[in-house]
Ligand binder design. Structure first.
Ligand SMILES: [Zn+2]
Length: 163
């Protein structure tokens, strides 16, 4: 019976701090706390713990929240643009390979004809064909690498300004 009384008091201590209790329950609890040292100590320690947690609550400057939201939105936009650029790059790369495959026999004939005309060794004109066939992809790859490094440099410069 006594254990049930203390249990009720503990439930009301917690409920009073979280959701509130009726005035009758409050009166009963105060009367019990006045005569029960154990439940009184529990009520005080619970209140102290809640006060401590309240003091720990971080207050965030609305300007910081707005700046963070803006950065997240900017980053999302950058990722969307990057996806669109990559899609375009894949399409251009695919077209480049198709064009390369279609024009390879013609390029081969032209370079072979030049090799025979100027009496070049077969190794020279075959190497020339390989270089000519690979050159467009190499130039495009170089341009992409250069643009990527330039974008990264601009981004790191912007990041330095924002700090
Ligand atoms: Zn008690």
């Amino acid at each position: 019976m006594i254990a049930e009384i203390h249990e009720r008091a503990r439930r009301l201590i917690d409920a009073r701090l979280v959701e509130g209790i009726s005035s009758a329950e409050g009166a009963w609890l105060e009367a019990h706390l006045a005569e029960c040292a154990e439940c009184g100590a529990r009520a005080r320690s619970t209140e102290h713990a809640l006060q401590f947690l309240g003091a720990l609550a971080v207050k965030i400057d609305p300007a910081v929240v707005a700046a963070t939201q803006a950065r997240v939105q900017l980053r999302a936009r950058e990722l969307q643009e990057k996806q669109a650029r990559m899609r375009t790059l894949w399409i251009v790369g695919g077209l480049s390979w198709v064009c390369g495959a279609i024009t390879a026999p013609l390029l081969w004939e032209v370079i072979a004809w030049v090799g025979r005309r100027f009496e070049l060794s077969q190794a020279v004109w075959v190497a020339t064909f390989a270089i000519c066939w690979v050159a467009p992809a190499s130039v495009v790859g170089g341009i992409i690498a250069w643009r990527h490094s330039r974008t990264a440099a601009v981004r790191s410069e912007v990041g330095t300004w924002e700090r």
